[in-house]
Structure formats: structure tokens, C-alpha cells
Design a protein around this ligand. Sequence first.
Ligand code: HEM
Length: 510
Amino acid sequence: MKTAMSLLGSQGIFSVTEILIALAVFLLIFTVVRSFQQQIPHGLKRLPEPRGYPLIGNVLELGRNPHLSLTQMSQKYGDVMQIRIGTTPVLVLSGLNTIRQALVKQAEDFMGRPDLCSFRYIGDGQSLTFSSDSGEVWRARRKLAQNALKTFSVSPSPTASSTCLLEEHVFKEADYLITELLQQMKEKKSFDAYRYTVISVANVICGICFGRRYSHDDQELLSLVSLNNEFGDVAASGNPADFIPILQYFPSRPMKIFKDLNKRFSAFVHKIVKEHYTTFDKVNKYSEKKIVNLVNDLFGAGFDTVTTALSWSLVYLVTYPDIQKKIQNELDQTIGRERRPKLSDRLMLPYLEAFILETFRHSSFVPFTIPHCTTKDTSLNGYYIPKNLCVFINQWQVNHDETLWKEPSAFNPERFLNAEGTEINRMESDKVLLFGLGKRRCIGESIGKWEIFLFLATLLQQLEFSICDGQKVDTTPQYGLTMKHKKCDNVSLAEEASLLIAYSKNSQLA
Ligand code: HEM
């Protein structure tokens, strides 16, 4: 250090300016040489790339909302482009056809997960979802998780009032949620819907995984699940610390919270799995650690995504009361108030279905899939793509693409209905991209959609949501792995709610 310092200053050999100029020239030459190093096979093109700054690449252009800035860049550079975060190249895919080509038709080439530093802290680095393993072990664990979800969701329920276990758990939790919200209305005249929904959704997963539930005041569960987006901020696509190694050595509060949260989450799941093992035989060939990490994945993926979807749904319902009325009329006409909505009612409630699809599309609350990486040298749309390249898939861009959607920024459930309003137009619904595609496609898609449908149908059959007088909901999404809206603790229930308490009480855990 002393020697280095002696090079500086008036007695040094070089001035500070000279050293900085030399450094800049070196970096420039280094970048130019490196970009010419990559050999492009004959007949293929080099990936188009916006110009970036030395050392930081395109970090500044990514800004606070990478889904928006990358959508804008894709208009100039195309569906297949490369950016740099620091000096690390990242492939960015946009456009539904291009994404289908990569993830479905060339599924094997694009199914990997990059080895990102933040992902190593999730599930002790052994997460099914985030770890860089995409080989035989990953395949077997994914199959095991898919089978477990299928068994628990569609298995017949022991109670006569539900057709399957998932229905039974959602019914029970929706009832508790309604009681809790009515109680909050009585005491405080308004509530933060997210705070209560998150416990209900977490309880459905706990019921499915462990056969137990927690009270809405359970502090341990609350402290794990009601953090705003401390997980999603760090695990989101484009976190500079994942790509610029030196940043990992700087103290970072979000990273500290993230590490701590992952540890607490694993410990929580471990504790329940252990308790569960004392009452059930260990009848599988996987180590306890592997099971804990798998349950960790299902629990983590299951509660955050579904709660965020429900929370956005409530925000749209209070923002567009006419849409809420239409859903309630449909429920009244199709189901009435004498019985609960069931999964088998889905086809008979096209407007509610269209509302859910429009909530998915408009909020695009999972703006990118979890990052992928290429498993071998390949090509896409005539561009050469090397092995081990990190890939961002811009779901938000697809859901707001003007070539696919009329007035994409308008919230309009009708866009998914046929002319008579009696059926979902499958050509339209298939264009919504929120669960990824291909070999890494979400394994909880059906469960997630069923849960959202059942919760919304049950809540809206009994309650009418509104926003407190004179208040507005801020619907600006906050960027993350899952995007949340700003905290909103002034959701309220309309007067008619009290008329429905009797029904709600009668139906409690029937
Ligand atoms: C509305 C609800 C949900 C949404 C929007 C959603 C979305 C996603 C997305 C975008 C991915 C990444 C796909 C990719 O990388 O290409 C994913 C993966 C995953 N999801 Fe979901 N998800 C939801 C619900 C669930 C539920 C309820 C569960 C389980 C109970 C679940 C379990 C998983 C798992 C295990 C993966 C990792 C798959 C893998 O890497 O092979 N998800 N999800």
C-alpha cells in the first residue's frame, strides 16, 4: 500500500490523472479485445448488445425497474439481446414466440440455472428451484415434489363437504379469514388485507405439507411470512451483487436480512418436519436434509406467490368496484348463497376466471422467471449463444406486448371472454406468461390457480371489499422476484358485509 501511495502525489513517478488515464485505456483495450475473442460459428450472428460502461456494463440502464428498462431495450435490440451486468454477459429473451422456441422447442438447451451467489443461501444451496443442479438428482426431486403436490391436492377429502384435500384446506382457511376480517372491521374499521391473507395461504401449504395450521396471531409464522419483500429484493433478476463479485464483500443490509431470513425459514421447516417424523414412519429413500429443503421450496414458493396474487386481486377489486359487482352477480346467479363454490364450478364462472387472468397479465407480478442458463452451445433466431450463459426471461414484456394485446395497460377482464361472455377464449388466455414454460415451468401452477379461484370465489360470495372513503390504492408495482403493491392498510368491507355474517357463521367449518 505504501509503495502504491508513493507512486502518487507530487513526489511520485505518476500523477493521479496519469494513473486513471492508464487504467481507462487498459480497460478499453481489455473490453475491445474480449469482445473480439468470442468465435462465432459460421452462419450465425453475434448477439446484439447495448453499449455499456467499462466495469459496470449496463447496470445503470437497468435501473430500479429492470422489467421496464429491458422491455424498452428489446424494442431497439430485438427479442434476443445481450446485456452486461458488471462484466458478466446476460442473455435477455422477450417476445412470446422467441420464448416458446427457447423454453419449449429447445428446452434442454435453456433449462439450466446459473450459479448465483444469492441462490447459494436458499435452502442451504440445495434448493430444487434455485440451485444450479439440473441433472438427474434435480429431475428425481422435481418428480417427487410434483407427485406429492398432486397427491395432496387431488386426493379425496375425508370430509363429505369437499371433493379433494385442497378444497377442504382452502374452505377452512377462507372461513377463518372471513371471521378475522370481520373482526378487524368491528375493531378498527379497516385492515391490511395482505397481513391476513398471507397467514391463510401459508396455512393451506402447512395443511397440505404437515396437516397442521397456525393462528392468525402466531408470531413465529408472522415474522417469517409477513416481511414485505426482503426475499424477493435480493433473489430478483438483475441483482448486481450476483454478477459483480466485489460487491459481495461490501456490507449490505438487504443481503444480511436475506441470509438471516433463509436460515430462519430452514430452521422453521426443519422443526416441523422433525415433529412430523415423530408421528409418521420415514418411508422414503431421501435424507432428512433433502426432504427439508424440498418442503422449504414448496412452502416458500407456495405462500408468497399465491398471497401476492390474492393481494393484487383485492387491489383491483377495490379499484374497479364495477368489476367486483359483475363477479358477485355471476356468483349469485350460478351458485347462490346456500352452498360453497367448488373447483368444479370454475367453467361456470367465466367472468371470475377472466378477472384472475387479467390480474395475472396486468400486474405481471412475477416479471421475470427465475434466471435460467444455457446447458450447451446453441443458437436462437440465428444468433450464436454460448454454454453457461445466464438467461433472463421477460414475462412482463410478453404480458404488455402491443403486438399481442389491445391496449395492454388497460385493466379489462373482458379481453379473455368470447363475444357472448360465456366462455374463456383459450387463444387469448394461452398468451399470458406468469408461470414460465418448458422444463422449468412452475410445478405448482394448477394448485396455485385453484387456490386463488377458491379463495376469491369464497370471499366474494360473502363479502364486498372497498377502500376507505377518500383513500386511494397505490398500484405501482415494487420490483422484486415477485412484485408487490405498496402496503395498503385501508381496505374495508362494505356495509352489506354485516348481513352476511350470519351465513359466514353458519358455514364455519361445516
Ligand atoms: C400464482 C402462483 C404462482 C406463480 C405465479 C408461480 C410462478 C413460478 C415461476 C415464474 C417459476 C419459475 C419458472 C422458470 O424458472 O422458468 C416457478 C417455479 C416454481 N414454482 Fe411456482 N408459481 C406459483 C405457485 C407455486 C406453488 C403454489 C408452488 C408449490 C406449492 C410452486 C412451486 C414452484 C417450484 C418448486 C418451482 C421451481 C421449478 C424448477 O425449478 O424446476 N409455485 N413458479
